[in-house]
Design a binder for this molecule. Structure first.
Ligand SMILES: [Zn+2]
Length: 63
């Protein structure tokens, strides 16, 4: 079980990112909801995308 589950908050809506939420990982390894990214018309460099679960499985630093 990842240490970030239930504790990682989206910096735009301040809500806890759930394991099945669709997210973007942007430069600096920030995790942002895809819906918030589009809602705020953000223009960050997207490093990876998927559900939070996908991201956790791909990157050791979230495990
Ligand atoms: Zn959000």
């Amino acid at each position: 079980m990842s240490k970030v589950l239930g504790r990682l908050r989206c910096p735009y809506c301040s809500e806890v990112v759930e394991v099945n939420d669709k997210v973007f990982m942007i430069f600096g390894n920030w995790i942002i909801h895809q819906k918030c990214y589009f809602k705020h018309s953000l223009d960050y460099e997207v490093v990876d995308k998927g559900t939070l679960n996908d991201i956790i499985l791909r990157y050791w630093f979230f495990q």
